[in-house]
Design a protein around this ligand. Sequence first.
Ligand SMILES: [Cu+2]
Length: 334
Amino acid sequence: MRAAIAVVVVLLAGCSGRQNALDYASDQSRAIGDIWHLMLVVCGIMYLLMMGLLAWAIWHARRRLPDAPPATEAPAADGLLRKLLGSWTVLIVIGLFVLAGGSFFVDRKLAQSQDPHALQVRITGSEWWWQVEYLDPDPSRTVVTANELHLPVGRATRIELRSNDVIHSFWVPNLNGKTDLIPGRSNFQTITPRRTGQWRGQCAEFCGLEHARMAMDVSVEDAAAFERWRAAQLATARPPQSERQRQGQHVFMTSTCASCHAIMGTDAAGRVGPDLTHVASRRTLAAGALPMQPGALAGWIEDPHAHKPGTNMPATKLPPDQLAALVDYLMSLR
Ligand SMILES: [Cu+2]
């Protein structure tokens, strides 16, 4: 029965994809999917029963209409009616118990993931981007990135959610439900991915002008690939490899960029915008607003508001050769 319903649902909604709550890729999203199906079945049965009874009642009322008043039959019908209503009440109570019990167990399953070996990640929401930190008991081994989340498959990740400004909501439908990021407090969410792949997260609480362009690029990888990524992110920024990249780094340090952005291994230590130490290793720019490509990067630096009108990054007018050198340097930060 459940399989049949799942097939219908898939046919109706085209239920696979990188931002889809019914395309489960973790223990948590599967649990949520199970309760969703349970509710669909229980409510579906109730609905069909209701409609059946309604049709039956209408049919009988129509047949009775031309006759004399039905009052004489009343006592006999009353007994039957009472039994029917009694069973109906029992059915409703059972249905509600099943639903309440189901939600209770799913809720516990989502809350209880207190795995001591869980990977610890802290995500901080800002208008309109995500800072992502991989915490380590040794602070010098903390990885800082932005707008991308890498998770090892088969291992729990405990995510602490915070906000720098207004309320945001973290939602990667394939991996878990929504959790709010609230200024002044920490909320938690655990994700135990079961399938490698790429998914899309999205801020799910209206947070201002660029709320819609506040996406998260999520990659679930096998343990080896994840450790490779983490080791690469731990390294300080790659030094310039050519004269042009050296010039680009100089432009970065001497214009306004360094006051808002950090590049580990250089003097740039700004904390207003995303950490750019390995910016070119990401797949998107500005929380999914643009692809990570030299042309898009140049366009972003020249006029961020053309691509993300509300963004808090100001435009920087540079002579073409300086802009090209700056882009060359940033694209070398893998
Ligand atoms: Cu937001």
